[in-house]
Design a protein. Structure first.
Length: 241
């Protein structure tokens, strides 16, 4: 009698534990004619970050039929899709391995319920799972610009300069602009873009023969790319020949 009581207690504890821990995936069975049965097991609950992907799998089991099972998804969070266009579990398979993809603009959401429907052998069954879209970390792009060294130039001549940059968390081209150049001094190159694979722009200042003499005029160079900007200054002197 004591033994039976202990066994009952263990069984009750096991049931309570199972109920307490819960199940991360759902399994349901539908019964059709001629003893057909279709069981669909949903993916485990999953989470995904904007701009990333998450692997999921849907399992099925068949009784007394061997038809393909077509899966459909309803209620996916905004900005989240199933990448695979073919969501059919062939007649010789029992699992579909699929991929969720979230756009960069996918909105954060917790435990969003998604319905998966399996259809095959004249039967359909629905199960559900939860998708969480996590908030993107606040990671800002950063651009650092190193201006040219101070330089001097004579009227009618040229002077080589270079601008160096470093990028953090982006790889877009960076466009340079110059402000405050002395009268009669220009940058010869019309394309002042540092390509995404480069970190230095080698440019040329040109002074007209009529350029006015000036000592240490401050020039500002600004770099802009990837939504980030940074500027720096250097001095240009126009000296007599």
């Amino acid at each position: 009698m004591i033994r039976n009581t202990l066994l009952k207690a263990v069984a009750l504890a096991t049931v309570v534990l199972a109920l307490g821990t819960g199940c991360s995936s759902e399994s349901k069975t539908v019964v059709g004619p001629a003893g057909k049965k279709l069981t669909v097991k949903s993916p485990s609950d999953t989470s995904i970050k904007p701009g990333e992907t998450s692997a999921i799998s849907v399992d099925v089991s068949r009784t007394n039929f061997n038809d393909p099972v077509v899966l459909t998804f309803a209620g996916l969070p905004d900005g989240v899709t199933v990448m695979e266009a073919d969501r059919t579990i062939s007649k010789d398979a029992t699992t579909a391995k699929l991929t969720l993809k979230a756009t960069n603009e996918a909105k954060p959401v917790d435990d969003h319920v998604v319905t998966v429907t399996g259809a095959g052998g004249g039967m359909t069954q629905e199960v559900s799972f939860k998708v969480t879209v996590k908030k993107s970390p606040d990671v800002s792009k950063k651009l650092t610009l190193k201006p040219p060294y101070d330089t001097s130039i004579k009227p009618g001549e040229t002077a080589a300069i270079s601008v160096d940059i470093t990028r953090e968390r982006f790889n877009d081209p960076v466009v340079l602009t110059f402000a405050g150049l002395p009268d009669g001094v220009t940058v010869m190159e019309t394309d002042r873009t540092i390509s995404k694979d480069a970190t230095t722009a080698k440019l040329t200042l040109k002074a007209t023969p009529e350029a006015k003499l000036v000592d240490g005029q401050v020039v500002t160079v600004t770099g802009a790319g990837g939504g980030a900007t940074h500027d720096g200054t250097f001095k240009v002197s126009v000296k007599q020949k």
